[in-house]
Design a protein around this ligand. Sequence first.
Ligand code: PRX
Length: 631
Amino acid sequence: MRINNFEEYQQAYKKSVEDPEGFWGEIANEFVWKKPFDKVLEWNFEEPNVKWFLGGKLNITENCLDRHVENKPQQTAIIWEPNDPSDEAVSLTYKVLHERVCRFANVLKKHGIKKGDRVCIYMPMIPELVVSVLACARIGAIHSVVFGGFSAKSISDRINDSQCKMVITSDGAVRGTKSIPMKETVDDAIVTCPSVEKVIVATRTRTPVSMIKGRDYWWEDEIKKVSADCPAEEMDAEDPLFILYTSGSTGKPKGVVHTCGGYMVYTTYSFVNAFQYNPGEVYFCTADIGWITGHSYIAYGPLAAGAINVMFEGVPTYPDAGRFWDIVDKHKVNIFYTAPTAIRALMGNGLEYLEGKDLSSLKVLGTVGEPINEEAWQWYHKYIGKEKCPIVDTWWQTETGGFMITPLAHITKTKPSYATLPLPGIQPALMDENGNEIEGNDVSGNLCIKFPWPSIIRTTWGDHERCKQVYFSSYPGKYFTGDGCLRDEDGYYRITGRVDDVINVSGHRIGTAEVEDALNMHLGVVESAVVGFPHDIKGQGIYAYMIMDKPVEDGEMLKKDILATVTRIIGPIAKPDHILFVNGLPKTRSGKIMRRILRKIAEGDVSNLGDTSTLLDPAVVDEIKAKVGLA
Ligand code: PRX
């Protein structure tokens, strides 16, 4: 599985293209299967229908836990670093994690959860979150983790979409100086969720919460009532492992479905190779398990690889902007993986937060979630990596399950802002506006992938047609990523950002349609249009143009009310950074909003608005320009 030098990378890549089944079959055989697979791959991108490791039976938790318990039971699996640095960090060995997972899996069973049932998990970054995820996998329940920053309405939409029978949550959460209610938000959510029968509540803050008899149970009580012995359910390689909702350019977030076998193989393979993980090294990924990065590169990939995994409850700026570096120093972190937005925020706080921090344990730095600008790349390289740690810029998506284009640490020569080269098994294609593949180097286009890899999205929950439409219809026979990309003269890839109506705010995907729907629910809103604009820290910010039903009197108050509505409907992450009240929106004669123009105005650049001849009413643009002082 392990690639050791650039020549081996080239050989592996070549083999993965010429003989994908042989290539992945060999790698998959390094895992524990309850029954070996009969066939490596069956696929078409038309329906789409992709199946890996057909006939194979396994349980991913035997690979993440049991096999390590056999070989190295006392090795640390998770080091949990609490929000407050004066509280003690908690280490869980593979043996202890295994026991906790099995015990909690028995709690799930006792409360009626069976293979194939959906379980919603809404929790802060506490060890019980990893235990919950793995306990679901242990018994074959399909988890749907909802990020702790989402609103009650977002939770209930997700629960209803996949008909979850249970919710696992905590009483509250602490992040920085904030105390956040969790159970209360779940209570609000499940008022409209008839499928939910039980709620299990872990204790974190010991804040008072309402507990409904026959529905709500305390985690700490329930685990005492069951045994710690829970045989792993036999799963087919293609049985769903989890659903994770993600925003697209239209409609509500969709439930991306990943399956057991391919996801396990690919997340482990990509983790070991991109980071060049060596046994005994300490790895720290700052993501939240509510996002795909936390699923693939905290919960599953690193544990399947037997890694030592730091899990952090808090925020990078508490108690001060040196917190990440304190953690690196304290736990002697070797591999550190974060998002450009965090780097930019910490960079802005100055170098004094690095003083006195011993970062000499670091060997590899990673980044993910959005394009990393050159300035942030250089700062990360110079001040954190001391110019000796490669920056592994991993490009991938919720739908891809694992890294797609990324350097291999210390093997691939890096280049600022470039994700560099595809991993073995990944066949990128750049497409022009006529749907033709652009060959050669020094070109750019829309990024597609031509051939399946083991952790590719299988479907969108409950709506396979949507999966087909969104990912496999723009370029027939190819998976379309939604990203623009260039390939330079060396064949290196650089992701330039989304080409659809998805905004990337601090590495989080937010669909403009979703924000518009939330805005339009506010009293008096006639219509709204949302676009992204460049933001120094967040990468992109959200800019909303809004038409109200009557002249706006107290604009500031109204804006606050509107933000409260967005927070309630989606969550604070979707709050616009700017709201501009306008009398009209630039539309084509067929009624389509010309977002391109709105984007330019939001960027503060109206020097070249492009072709405006199709505008229904050009005066609308002049009015908006005048409002923002760009006329
Ligand atoms: O636009 C790309 C951007 O994030 C999108 C995927 O978002 P999500 O599914 O939330 O997953 C984020 C974590 C994997 C992509 O379509 N993106 C992700 N990583 C990078 C990136 N853009 C540039 N460089 C990256 N390394």
